[in-house]
Design a protein. Structure first.
Length: 71
């Protein structure tokens, strides 16, 4: 059920105009767990293009500190 809720939230975000302005960490952290996953970052092409570089420790998510290094 959690996966369904996450998916629905991401679809709703992706279909809204907010998707184009989703460069704020808290906006991208849809589930509020304190990190931005690849699926959450997917709504922002700029962040996705930098994701691998920003994910310094290679754990597959961006912390707020890692996210703050985005150009």
């Amino acid at each position: 059920m959690k996966t369904v809720n996450k998916t629905l939230a991401l679809i709703a975000l992706a279909s809204s105009s907010a998707v184009f302005a989703a460069t704020d960490f808290d906006t991208l952290d849809v589930d509020g767990n304190g990190v931005v996953s690849k699926s959450e970052a997917a709504v922002d092409a700029k962040i996705m293009s930098q994701f691998k570089t920003l994910d310094v420790n290679g754990d597959g998510v961006l912390t707020e500190a890692e996210f703050s290094e985005a150009e």
